[in-house]
Ligand binder design. Structure first.
Ligand code: URP
Ligand code: ZN
Ligand code: ZN
Ligand code: ZN
Length: 510
């Protein structure tokens, strides 16, 4: 059956049956500028049965083909969001966006795939995977999984192997923060990194010094600073810089690639810059909120407004946003995520007397593509090819699903968006497709509008109307040993060769 969400319907999304329309499986996108991560050209894109068949100028087709006119517009690979939390249970509550509503929102904003974080169940990776497999059954776009590592023992180590070899997971996130809940110490981090390396899986870190954050929180509460601003004050950028530097050095010691999620500060970004300059394979992922916002909202006198900006690591002072943008434009940082983690105002109100009790997270899955276009392309900081690279292609390469995803090439999945650079967008909780009752980008306008989203060869977003079907999204298995691992074994061998044989010392004479 077929469901429609009309974008004019607000607050709680309403779904209605649109009948039995069967979309054409043959599609021609005519007259646009087709942009990939490396190249752009005027061309038509021909799609059959969900796969791109041809990318050619002046492609001729029969009248059984649906034709979409893209004259004067950009035809781009659909966005891939490397960092989301849909239907995430945090013990006392769960995020309001599940795999259907979150993905519907994503599609309305030009994102056609995302990678979500599986949270282990009672420490079991297998149980966590089964749980997320069920949650994702209602998907209306393709998705992949990272796996969070929340403790360490032999079972976890064995299960990591199972996840990579049998479940299509090629990345694991380690938490250096959330003391007493998710945080693991350096000894365990090292063991985890070594395991990742042995499996060809990317090690990811949430980099904040959890012990110091805990101290900072105690201090704020003692000072009577219990509001949302206490959240920012308790975990300053220096703690993000410290943990980022530590993770980078441990990954260097192990000689394995490292992916730093949600880079929010100059402090963390500069550690990544330094490591990359020395030749180390470190990937830095800024997120939409870090590029577009600053911390001043956390001081807003209206608690409900301030609370919606609480996330970890915190949104930083003005200046960090601009520095992260510059790092993205110069290749110091490589791709943009969102960390979409939606809690409504009732859920946020849990922390009204104590910021430590507030569920952390902001929206972004629907807004990322427009924000990055407006902030990065319209400001002249990056080209359209760079836009494609940082919103789609690089993610597909890092997680080893390129060129099936992240490209408009013959043989690639037909996940395509059409962006009109002469139109504009406006963001609001009243018109967005997420189930959130708030939006951290409320009232924001900008240039560029994603007018059409095609996912798996089906047009799902057109004329501001969304037509999405639960159960049409597929799980995308991601194989290990992405390009980040190329040549690492040679580097290991050179290192081993460089070690001198044990020094032969004469027996000491008495
Ligand atoms: O505040 C955040 N970021 N919530 C989601 C969990 C995480 O650390 O990514
Ligand atoms: Zn209807
Ligand atoms: Zn995190
Ligand atoms: Zn996250």
């Amino acid at each position: 059956f077929f469901l429609i969400i009309t974008s004019s319907l607000s607050q709680s999304n309403q779904f209605c049956d649109a009948g039995t329309e069967i979309p054409s499986s043959k599609l021609l996108i005519k007259g646009g500028t087709v942009v990939n991560g490396h190249h752009q050209q005027m061309a038509d894109v021909y799609v059959e049965d969900g796969i791109i068949v041809a990318v050619n100028p002046n492609f001729r087709v029969g009248d059984d083909v649906t034709v979409i006119d893209a004259t004067g517009k950009y035809v781009l690979p659909g966005g891939i969001d490397p960092h989301t939390h849909l239907d995430m249970d945090v013990g006392f509550t769960a995020t309001v966006d599940d795999f259907f509503s979150g993905q519907a929102a994503a599609l309305a904003g030009g994102t056609t795939m995302h990678i979500d974080f599986v949270i282990p169940l009672n420490g079991s990776l297998t149980a966590g995977f089964d749980d997320y497999e069920k949650k994702a059954k209602k998907s209306c776009m393709d998705y992949g999984f990272h796996m969070a590592i929340t403790k360490w023992d032999e079972t976890v180590s064995r299960e990591m192997e199972l996840m990579v070899k049998e479940k299509g997971i090629n990345s694991f996130k380690f938490f250096m923060a959330y003391k007493g809940i998710l945080m693991i110490n350096d000894e365990l981090l090292l063991k985890g990194f070594k395991k990742c390396k042995s499996l060809g899986a990317v090690a990811m870190v949430h980099a904040e010094n959890g012990d110091a954050v805990y101290e900072g929180q105690q201090k704020m509460i003692e000072l009577g600073i219990t509001g949302p601003e206490g959240h920012a004050l308790s975990r300053p950028a220096v703690l993000e810089g410290e943990a980022t530097a530590r993770a980078i050095r441990l990954a260097d010691f192990v000689n394995t690639p490292l992916y730093v999620v949600h880079v929010m500060s100059i402090d963390a970004m500069e550690e990544i810059a330094k490591a990359r300059k020395s030749g180390q394979r470190v990937i830095g992922e800024p997120i939409a909120s870090g590029l577009a916002l600053d911390e001043s909202w956390l001081w807003h006198p209206d608690f409900d407004i301030a609370a919606k900006y609480v996330m970890s690591p915190p949104i930083r002072k003005r200046g960090h946003d601009k520095a992260l943008q510059a790092a993205l434009s110069t290749g110091v940082l490589q791709l943009v995520g969102t960390d979409h983690c939606a809690f409504n105002s009732t859920q946020k109100a849990r922390g009204i007397d104590d910021f430590r009790k507030m569920p952390n997270g902001v929206n972004g899955i629907e807004e990322r593509m427009h924000l990055v276009w407006d902030i990065m392309v319209e400001s002249g900081q990056i080209s359209v090819t760079d836009y494609v690279r940082i919103t789609s292609t690089e993610c597909a390469k890092i997680f080893n699903i390129y060129p099936r995803k992240g490209a408009i090439l013959p043989g690639s999945d037909a996940d395509i968006i059409i962006l009109n650079p002469n139109s504009s967008f406006e963001m609001s909780a009243k018109s967005h497709h997420s189930r959130l009752d708030t939006n951290v980008y409320e009232g924001r306008r900008g240039k560029g509008k994603i007018e059409v989203t095609i996912v798996g060869g089906r047009v799902v977003w057109e004329n501001n109307e969304l037509k999405v079907t639960p159960g049409t999204g597929r799980y995308i298995q991601m194989p290990p040993y992405s390009y980040l691992f190329d040549g690492l074994d040679k580097k290991d061998a050179i290192y081993l060769n460089s070690l001198q044989a044990p020094v032969k010392r004469a027996k000491a004479s008495t």
